[in-house]
Design a binder for this molecule. Structure first.
Ligand code: G6P
Length: 362
């Protein structure tokens, strides 16, 4: 059938979409780069970013996780305060808004009803809205003032992979453009760093055998799995856990390393898999401490470290990328581990039970 043609030689769309990520990042670079290597963005979006005093990111699921990283990118690179909210909760717990808010809706499909509910409400109040989406003609794109296209190409697998990394790449471009328009001098070349990210992704996509083995060793029979990380790695833990839940049905949670002692550590038993993400130099000692704590209680830790950082025992090491952009790279092994875990457990990888690709009801 038609879907088989689109899948090409791949057994699943998810695997194909994971592998496409380096190309997607390079495509984004091309779409948003001027001839002289600087970043290019719609002037209206630039103006909206410039004139807003606070940004409110609204999203759901994987896109919410991209928003958490996006907040850090915009605050660190562009010096603009950002809040990130789960779309379905926003209207219940509406924060006190700033004077000139800009609402950014992050949505792969551009159709998620929870986001649309917020969009309608804030538009009515006259606030500016921007949709970051993979589907430019979508509802959220048509109804917002501005659209930023993530250029990832159609994503078919229910579990989102390339749309997530594309969202973070485009949010990087947005942050850089805002910094440029304010005259902020950056101490790194964002386009070059995104190029390094694409190469690192390629290196990781070439290590499928190793990652399949990790999935086999840690996740073939387990009932649950924890992801721990600190700082930027914490956000990737949330996404890693969501991927694993979605397609392998293993009960998985992402935790901030420092929160372990406040409850979660009670769940550690002999052989509990704990995937520890340790790519941030400034928290490396603390997260290594957490790994020791869980190991001492019988856990089976699997460490994901970064080139140049110290780790204890075996680790899966990701290539070095700019510290702001680690999430785009660290997520690749987590996506692949989830994929193989689902495969080993005979799950329907592309169409997990009870889930829909886009949720157009509240
Ligand atoms: C659904 C999908 C998720 C996705 C979420 C948000 O629940 O199964 O993979 O992250 O919706 O979708 P969106 O299209 O708004 O990014």
């Amino acid at each position: 059938d038609a879907s088989d043609i689109e899948k090409g030689t791949y057994p699943h769309f998810m695997l194909k979409e994971i592998d496409e990520q380096p190309f997607v990042i390079r495509n984004i670079i091309q779409k948003y780069q001027n001839d002289d290597g600087t970043v290019r963005l719609d002037e209206n979006i630039r103006e909206a970013m410039k004139s807003s005093d606070r940004i409110y990111i609204i999203a759901a699921g994987t896109s919410y996780h991209a928003g958490l990283v996006g907040k850090q990118l915009i605050e660190k690179i562009a010096g603009r305060p950002v809040e990130v909210h789960i779309a379905s909760e926003f209207l219940y717990n509406m924060p006190l808004l700033s004077e000139n808010p800009l609402f950014i809706f992050i949505s792969q499909s551009g159709e998620t009803a929870d986001l649309r509910g917020v969009l309608v409400e804030v538009k009515e109040k006259g606030y500016k809205t921007l949709t970051v989406t993979n589907v430019p003609g979508s509802t959220l794109s048509r109804e917002a003032d501005f659209t930023l296209h993530t250029h990832a190409g159609p994503e078919i697998a229910v579990a989102s992979t390339k749309a997530y990394t594309a969202q973070m790449a485009v949010l990087t471009i947005l942050a850089v453009d805002t910094a440029n328009s304010k005259g902020t001098k950056l101490d790194f070349d964002p386009i070059q760093e995104l190029g390094i990210v694409a190469s690192a992704m390629e290196t990781l996509c070439d290590q499928k055998e190793k990652l399949e083995q990790i999935a086999r060793d840690y996740l073939s029979t387990t009932r649950n799995c924890f992801f721990i990380g600190r700082a930027a790695d914490y956000f990737v833990c949330l996404e890693g856990a969501l991927k694993l839940k979605e397609i392998s049905y293993i009960q998985a949670e992402g935790f901030a390393g420092g929160e372990l002692k406040h409850g979660t550590i009670a769940l550690i038993e002999d052989g509990t898999p704990v995937i520890a993400i340790a790519t941030q130099e400034h928290v490396n000692l603390s997260i290594r401490g957490n790994v020791k704590e869980v190991a001492a209680r019988g856990a089976n830790p699997c460490i994901v470290s970064m080139e140049g950082l110290e780790h204890d025992g075996d680790a899966f090491v990701i290539p070095k990328v700019h510290e702001y952009l680690t999430s785009l790279v660290t997520v690749i092994p987590l996506q692949l581990i989830s994929y193989y875990a689902a495969l080993h457990r005979d799950c329907d990888v592309d169409k997990p039970r009870n889930l829909a690709k886009s949720v157009t009801v509240e």
